[in-house]
Design a binder for this molecule. Structure first.
Ligand code: HEC
Length: 147
């Protein structure tokens, strides 16, 4: 009986994330990508006036984005692609190109952090930085993600 309850809990936990096992490589990278999206939306939102601009929050979110932008790539190591993945097979076939685009994103977030650590912050300069971060996300998605 106890065992059955445990199984039920496990099934519920999996279905809460759209059927993706949170401990699988796909589950792990999805969590990171979602946080990256939310951070980059907040950074862009602060510069475009959608949410209030706050120097401290901006700098903190930029730092966090830079930190986690280094983390998804290690979770693309599975040998057989997860059926629920929206990654193109090229992620595994063209590993070098994929890692090059990952490194390009890391460069853009690093520059963003540099600009965000020089107070008073200059929203125009930060706007250019955030633009190139967003472009780095897009260029990898165009090449390696299935929409
Ligand atoms: C080097 C390539 C690469 C870069 C750079 C990249 N992504 Fe992705 N992203 C992917 C791939 C591949 C997937 C599909 C993952 C899968 O389903 O296995 C993905 C998926 C996603 C998803 C969907 C996650 C889900 O729940 O299915 C989001 C959101 C996302 N990326 C946000 C971002 C943001 C924001 C950036 C930039 C800050 C970014 N990505 C940069 C390759 C990249």
């Amino acid at each position: 009986m106890f065992k059955r309850v445990l199984v039920l809990f496990a099934v519920l936990a999996v279905s809460a994330c759209g059927g993706v096992d949170p401990d699988s490589p796909l589950g792990k990278r999805k969590v990171i990508f979602k946080e990256m999206l939310s951070l980059s939306e907040d950074l862009g939102g602060m510069l475009r006036g959608r949410i209030a601009f706050d120097e401290q929050a901006f700098a903190e979110k930029a730092r966090r984005l830079d930190e986690i932008s280094r983390q998804p790539w290690q979770h693309f190591e599975e040998e057989v692609k997860d059926k629920q993945s929206s990654a193109r097979d090229d992620v595994w076939k063209e590993r070098e190109r994929f890692m090059q685009l990952a490194a390009e994103l890391e460069d853009t977030t690093e520059r963003l952090v540099q600009s965000a650590s020089q107070q008073p912050l200059n929203p125009d300069a930060l706007g250019v930085r955030v633009d190139v971060v967003e472009k780095a996300c897009e260029s990898c998605h165009q090449a390696f993600r299935i929409y």
